[in-house]
Write a protein that binds this ligand. Structure first.
Ligand SMILES: [Zn+2]
Length: 321
């Protein structure tokens, strides 16, 4: 008998939660958002998330009983097998049984949880840029560097959900201090935040740079400033971009040397640069890999699902597809 079950995927963030409802054919048929608040505690958050699923069901005019499972991508260290948030420091959550609490608010519907970056990686792997590949690693270049490792179509979570934190690989020993308390982490060099910091520094060192014309007020510098000026031929901006690409590539090649996936998927705002970013990254990675692309091919591609990657990955968790 063909399954007629619906599934819900939720992407829980610090300020809000986004959710999608998927029909038995795997099509997203409804989408909604609810505000979350760290003061409210996990039981209230679980209630809000369950309410979000009920709201999606009523929007789609289906009974809650036809939902076969709910997946949730949440920040923090997540033990997926146990359904526990081991730690989410922003919300002061520690060993919180999030999955069972949501399930209890949804008449016992099975709930599976994973880290949000892992869920986004699973979404890209199953439904986005990684569809053709069984093994892929997704890195998201945003405020930090998020990452998720998918091997054989499954998230590699490590012991108690501790794996997949590529943003905190050491790239420079004794380097720039990181929010995690360590120095020289990958995300201090390859995040959009790092790019903006380096762009501003180059601007103050090069008053003649066309970056000043693009962003006359240093407070308006963003991840585009250096790339735009570099494309116009501005030498200082080209230096910023070259440096950024070097660090990004070094991080990628560390991951590839360890896991040798078929694809590296690059998401987040900076990935909007497309081939202008990825082509030199491919060249650098190929030149520095232990085993080059001639022996073992590697796709380095742009993410496709944007902000919905987490919802799709949570759906994949719920439906076990
Ligand atoms: Zn760090």
């Amino acid at each position: 008998m063909a399954s007629k079950l619906y599934y819900a995927g939720i992407d829980l963030g610090g300020m809000s939660a986004k959710a999608g409802l998927f029909d038995p054919e795997g099509k997203m048929i409804a989408k909604s958002t609810v505000k979350t608040c760290k003061e409210e505690g996990f039981r209230a958050t679980a209630k809000h998330l369950a309410g979000l699923v009920r709201e999606l069901c009523s929007a789609a005019k289906i009974p809650v009983s036809s939902v076969g499972g709910v997946g949730v991508g949440t920040p923090g260290i997540i033990d997926g097998a146990a359904g526990i948030v081991v730690a989410w420091t922003n919300f002061a959550w520690e060993n919180v049984p999030l999955a069972s609490e949501i399930s209890a608010n949804l008449d016992g519907i099975p709930v599976r949880i994973s880290n949000d970056a892992n869920a986004a990686a699973l979404g890209e792997a199953k439904f986005g840029a990684g569809k053709k590949y069984g093994d892929s690693i997704t890195i998201t270049l945003g405020t930090g560097v998020g990452s998720g490792i998918v091997i054989g179509g499954k998230i590699f979570e490590g012991f108690r959900g501790g794996a997949g934190e590529a943003g905190h690989m050491t790239i420079v020993v004794g380097g720039i201090p990181c929010t995690c308390g360590k120095r020289g982490c990958f995300e201090q060099y390859a995040s959009a935040t790092a790019l903006i910091r380096d762009t501003k520094r180059a601007m103050f060192e090069h008053k003649e740079s066309s970056m000043w014309r693009i962003s006359p007020d240093p407070d308006t510098v963003n991840g585009l400033t250096a790339f735009t000026a570099a494309k116009e031929g501005d030498a200082a901006a080209q230096e910023v971009v070259k440096n950024y690409i070097m660090y990004l590539s070094e991080g990628i090649l560390n991951l590839v040397n360890c896991f040798r996936p078929q694809a590296i998927i690059v998401g987040g705002g900076v990935s909007g640069q497309g081939e202008y970013l990825l082509q030199p990254v491919r060249k650098y990675v190929d030149e520095h890999l232990f085993v080059g692309f001639d022996r073992i091919p590697l796709a380095i591609v742009k993410a496709q699902l944007g902000n919905d990657a987490g919802i799709w990955g949570a759906y994949a968790l719920a439906a076990n597809v």
